[in-house]
Design a protein around this ligand. Structure first.
Ligand SMILES: [Fe+2]
Length: 383
């Protein structure tokens, strides 16, 4: 996947596809990895402003390479898992896009492809939860509805697995996540893609997506009650002020309550053109403020424990100013994950990639969860 970054963001190990410069005679000889610091300096002095890098390729350098090799033995399966998780995500995106197109074209929706995809999501989350969590954190801003539907499916399966649900129910939860917002396909594009806050009238129109969802769900043969509840209850609130039915208290059972939590969490942690993504801990704070009138406090606490304050793929800042991504959880101590460090807030510069197991480095401490907006950097290349 190609991504444009500024020359200041270019670091050792990145794969450069092409450069952009105002000086016409400056050319990249051929695409390749940045193996030596002199190359970056040369590009800077040549007036290069922007670089197109392939975010799927990264060469670890120097010390980082040594550390990477140490970790490689320990986490040998991660590379293969990531490949399989990527395959799942690609296939899922294609199928959701097809589903949305069929709804828009008023074509009949079959349950079998949804069941297969739901099963595949459950299997992948059981077999390679880390890799799925890692990759699903990389979003394509231009396809929000599709990404959101897929993430809600992943999150619901994770949450249900944490709560001890059986695999059949988890599969139904996955299908529920995939179809939970199908009515939005029929909402006016102007409102759906508005880059900002909706007016009260526009919000009323947006709420109609729940009305539009009902006949679509009714038309899918053998859609389970669990999947229907995910879709039709994710905007209900415990105090009865939600929609479409204004259900109250016990009328909204566990599946509906879980769906509201997951839907809000994914929306808050998503990067949109009009707002920056919140870190998981910031989102949890906002969500706690929505209890007990909107969200179920006990279930929300379980969800927070399930996701963790430092989920895989989230950005953290250490007390010494080094910044990186949470790379792997330590199952017996979620507060001290393995981190992949590559930036320093002190120098304001990217640095050699370094992997550190915080459980073995008790002298180091996570100061805070952070995000790209706060730091003013893009970290996609390190995912
Ligand atoms: Fe919705």
């Amino acid at each position: 996947m190609l991504q444009k970054i500024s020359i200041q963001q270019l670091t050792l190990g990145m794969y450069v596809e092409k450069i952009e410069t105002e000086i016409p005679q400056t050319k990249v000889i051929k695409p390749g990895f940045i193996r030596r610091p002199e190359v970056i300096e040369k590009l800077m002095h040549s007036g290069v402003k922007s670089i197109w890098i392939d975010t799927t390729r990264h060469l670890e350098s120097g010390m980082a390479q040594h550390q990477q090799s140490l970790y490689r033995g320990k986490y040998a399966s991660l590379g293969a898992d990531i490949d399989k998780a990527r395959e799942l995500i690609d296939i899922s995106k294609q199928q959701i896009t097809r589903l949305f197109n069929d709804i828009y074209a008023n074509k009949p929706i079959e349950i079998e492809p949804l069941e297969k995809l739901g099963l595949s999501i459950v299997e992948n989350i059981f077999e390679r939860q880390h890799a799925v969590a890692w990759l699903s954190g990389i979003r394509d801003k231009s396809a929000y509805l599709m990404e959101h539907s897929l993430n809600v499916a992943f999150l619901l399966v994770n949450f249900g697995k944490y709560l001890g649900f059986d695999r059949k129910t988890l599969q139904e939860l996955a299908i529920g996540g995939l179809v939970h917002d199908v009515g939005k396909v029929l909402v006016s594009d102007e409102v759906l893609h508005k880059p900002g806050k909706l007016t009260p009238e526009e919000f009323d129109h947006m709420k109609l997506h729940q009305v539009f969802s009902q006949p679509v769900l009714d038309s899918i043969p053998d859609l389970s009650q669990v999947a229907r509840d995910v879709s039709l209850m994710h905007h209900e609130k415990l105090d009865g002020n939600g929609y479409p039915k204004g259900l109250k208290g016990k009328q909204i059972h566990t599946i509906g309550r879980m769906s509201s939590i997951v839907d809000i969490y994914d929306a808050l942690t998503a990067d949109r053109c009009y707002k920056k993504a919140m870190s998981p801990s910031e989102a949890f704070k906002v969500m706690m403020s929505l209890t007990p009138y909107h969200l179920d406090p006990k279930l929300l606490r379980s969800f927070i424990q399930c996701i963790g304050f430092y989920p895989i793929g989230s950005l953290i800042e250490l007390a010494d100013g080094r910044v990186g991504l949470v790379w792997k959880e330590n199952l017996d101590d979620f507060s001290r994950p393995v981190v992949k460090l590559f930036y320093s807030v002190k120098s304001g510069r990217f640095r050699d990639v370094q992997y550190i197991d915080l459980k073995k480095r008790q002298d180091l401490r996570i100061a805070r969860a952070t995000n790209e907006a706060v730091l003013g950097i893009c970290v996609d290349a390190f995912r």
